[in-house]
Ligand binder design. Structure first.
Ligand code: LFR
Length: 468
């Protein structure tokens, strides 16, 4: 009774999913409808996303969701950030590039020649990541004659509704959103030679994007509105992280580990810039003050290489169990070493990063996996400490949400290395944040973000890891 339903599409770098979210006064539940693989595909001109396949999987998933739950009232979509498709004359020109494509190095040099990084930081508040959209635009031959650039979730929303918008939390990762006003920084775009006409109208989470195009409604089997959510996956994950107080840090851990705090205002100091901390926009205008740490990418790419070597799949839970519970020292490497960012051949590249600092890589796979997890955990602990130093907040706990919350050795190592209790879960924080923002827009959930979080806390069990 009183339970309402929405559909959420959540695209991650290694898989996408469509879920049904059901929400009532004291209930919040997800039903997985479909899950489909995703990842970089190598084309002649570089690394791309197979966007056509994603689009088909999304439509199939939504049709199945509506078949299973006729009470669905709306659709929301989130994905990884920074990547986009270019439109010309109402058509998508080319497959979207993958942010791990190497072309962005050229864009970085070009942009910083026009505007030094320190000045950029004052304007957009972003940590330096070589794939921030503004660098990609500079390196993309298509930018000059496009009519519109749409970030991945906005591109899907356009295909589904026909409306071109830029959802603000994700737009904040482009480098072209003014960190003080949350409006496009048109002067910055002009100075960089980016045609300002390609930047669509901004919308905020909770705004209605529009109804489905007739042909899409026919295929899905229902006419439904799309509602803007925190379309940056990390914004949705943080919105649903059951943060108990402002002194709780979060780690949203999937391919990346996004480590930081939620703040009311950006921190734009020299120290924050030098520590490479970002001020991304969250749901309800909150600031996601965080640092990108390379997360499970290191493990998933390693496992992918081992599976190719064996010609057989690897049992991940068994591998994680075998990493053992010992607190014995292991050699560490810098999880954010740029040499580890492209796909392919990960074990060999990690071994050579270790060798460069005089360490031998463990021979056995469990030992190798342990070095990876401890290295990630060590970077997590450092980033939590830095977030505390830069914000002046005394951090009393860490909430670890996303796929990484199921990785027990990683959660334990994070507690051990930070000296703080780690509360792990929910694993599907991103989809929950997507569902909650839609439900709120429909009048089916409380207005205050803190109340949404308390609903997550009441409906999900968290696993607690204490530092050893
Ligand atoms: C996580 C994430 C990060 C962003 C990276 C690239 O999925 O969205 O927040 O920095 O992917 O888009």
């Amino acid at each position: 009774e009183g339970v309402r339903a929405v559909a959420a599409v959540d695209l991650g770098a290694t898989s996408g999913r469509v879920v049904i979210g059901r929400i009532g006064p004291d209930a919040l539940e997800l039903e997985l409808v479909s899950r489909f693989p995703n990842g970089p595909v190598e084309r002649e001109d570089g690394l791309h996303w197979d966007f056509g396949a994603l689009h088909e999987s999304i439509l199939d998933g939504l049709a199945e969701a509506v078949r299973r739950e006729p009470a669905i009232e709306s659709i929301g979509i989130d994905s990884w950030a920074v990547d986009y498709g270019l439109l010309r004359d109402g058509e998508l020109i080319g497959e979207p590039f993958h942010y791990r494509d190497g072309r962005t190095a050229r864009g970085v040099a070009e942009v910083h020649e026009v505007i030094p990084f320190a000045e950029l930081y004052q304007r957009n508040g972003l940590q330096f990541l070589p794939f921030n959209t503004l660098y990609q635009f500079a390196a993309d031959p298509g930018t000059a004659d496009a009519d519109a650039a749409l970030l991945i979730p906005d591109l899907v929303a356009w295909l589904l509704t026909g409306r071109r918008v830029a959802e603000r939390t994700n737009a904040s990762t482009t480098g072209l959103l003014d960190v003080r006003t949350s409006e496009w920084d048109l002067e910055l775009a002009e100075r960089l030679g980016i045609p300002t006409g390609i930047l669509p109208e901004l919308v905020s989470p909770g705004e209605r994007i529009g109804m489905l195009r007739p042909e899409v409604a026919a295929r899905i089997g229902r006419d439904l509105p799309m509602i803007a959510v925190g379309s940056h996956d990390t914004a949705s994950a943080v919105a649903a992280a059951p943060l108990a107080s402002p002194d709780a840090a979060y780690i949203s851990c999937g391919t990346w580990g996004l480590v930081g705090l939620e703040l009311d205002a950006p921190v734009l100091t020299d120290a924050a810039r030098e520590a490479n901390f970002t001020n991304e926009l969250g749901v309800d205008g909150r600031i996601r003050f965080l640092h990108n740490v390379t997360g499970l990418w290191l493990l998933s790419e390693t496992v992918r290489a081992w599976e190719a070597e064996d010609g057989a799949s690897i049992n991940l839970p068994a591998l994680l169990d075998a990493t053992g519970g010992s607190t014995q020292d292991v050699p560490l490497f810098d999880a954010n070493d740029p040499a580890l960012s492209a796909p392919g051949d990960m074990p060999a590249r990690i071994a050579s990063v270790l060798a460069a600092s005089g360490h031998a890589a463990p021979e056995d796979r469990a030992g190798f996996a342990r070095v990876i997890l401890e290295s990630i955990a060590s970077a997590f602990a450092d980033a939590v400490q830095t977030a505390s130093d830069l914000s002046g907040r005394e951090i009393d706990r860490i909430h670890l949400v996303g796929g990484g919350s199921l990785n027990r050795p990683l959660c334990q190592a994070t507690a051990d290395r930070s000296g703080l209790p780690v509360f792990a879960g929910p694993v599907e924080a991103t989809a929950l944040g997507n569902v909650l923002v839609q439900a709120r827009a429909l009048g089916a959930a409380p207005v205050a973000l803190e109340e949404l979080r308390s609903l997550v806390a009441r409906s999900h069990d968290l696993e607690r890891y204490l530092p050893r």
